[in-house]
Design a protein around this ligand. Sequence first.
Ligand code: AMP
Ligand code: GLY
Length: 440
Amino acid sequence: MTERSARARGRLRVLLLGAGGREHALAWKLRRSASLEKLFSAPGSEAISEHAERVALDSLDPSAVTAFCGREKVGLVVVGPEAPLEAGVADALRAAGVPVFGPGKAAARLETSKAFAKDFMTRHGVPTARHQTFSSAAEARDALRSWASGVVVKADGLAQGKGVAVCADRAEALKAVSEFMEGGRLGKAGARIILEERLSGPELSVMALVSSGSMSLLPFSRDHKRLADDDEGPNTGGMGAVAPVPVGPEALRRIESEVMARVLAGLKADGLDYRGALYAGLMLTKDGPKALEFNCRFGDPEAQAVLPLLEGDFLETLLDCSLGRPLAGPVKTSGGACACVVLASEGYPEAPRTGRPISGLEAPLEEGVRVFHAGTSRGERGWVTKGGRVLGVTATAASLEEARNKAYAGVSRISFEGMRYRKDIGAATLEPARKARRAS
Ligand code: AMP
Ligand code: GLY
């Protein structure tokens, strides 16, 4: 199939890879597009099958995915998580002429190897924390002697949020070095580590749609990575998100020109033809924005808070990216704000307890409230929990304050044994606005 023929048919048959809350939100969004003919999902979930036909397909097997697309005349593949990108699924599809939203394996190293990402940032002048990379635990321990207090230890490879230790002192850093490199818990992902200067400031998730040489920024969002209120407890995949997050004009200028434009130029200079979502996790330090990490996909839960704000035909935009067409200006948004509160299982993130019945999902939802499923399955007697992060209760409204209240009203109707969630999603984002109102 040629890339041209995919579009000439008018409406598209689309395959969505992934199974989590982000993919449930993507499926919901794609289904609202007038140009969708049919949506397939793999591995998908019972909740996603509300919007898509679930197919038995190994989403990490490049030849199986490519063969399926040929057979079913799929005109676009949307890759949700990073694992299929690392497995080379996007490369195989592109080689077979199937348009795919998601970068190839080489560019996905921006996410799959933190050492690669740091090297990329250094070479292309993207502001980031000072760092050193090590393949030997003894050398890392040695180097720690000359590090002043704040240090962050990061495993090089993918570790599902468990490969970063923000350390208060040298003793904690030494412990993290041993755990990551010698503890075996992270396997290959811990073979190399990075020691990084500890930065401080509010975090910001900047997501962009990238189409070869051009990019469109999506509304800025903010994740809440720690498990408990006031940013206490261990790091998680993300306990909730809000969008848009306002930033001042100077910060916006620096994010665009010093971070995102340099990444785009760097990709080009390195000969990496990037087509897909690019996520920069930033810290807004007193010296300006600094990049902590890149992801080669939409953030989760950020996508759940950003996709409901986007206007226009989302599927057409993803197709344009997958074909490397210049993007026509910024993505249109609806105005207003969105908040997503994640409901997690007892024991998350270390050892989530699953299989617990969920009540309250059948009740009708208030206008603008949606529940995206991250880890559920449907048992004989209704929905049960199936993962660490279970649901994302998401609400849109005219203001962030209202969106947040609506999301928490939605949360109050849902329950399962051991359910836990943060009560302060969006609070830190609202606080500067409240202060400004009080001051005026
Ligand atoms: P990462 O996967 O690299 O984004 O790290 C996960 C989380 O660890 C980030 O969202 C931050 O909260 C924290 N973190 C990472 N790098 C640093 C740093 N250099 N200084 C302070 N906190 C950091
Ligand atoms: N929420 C952070 C991430 O998707 O990696």
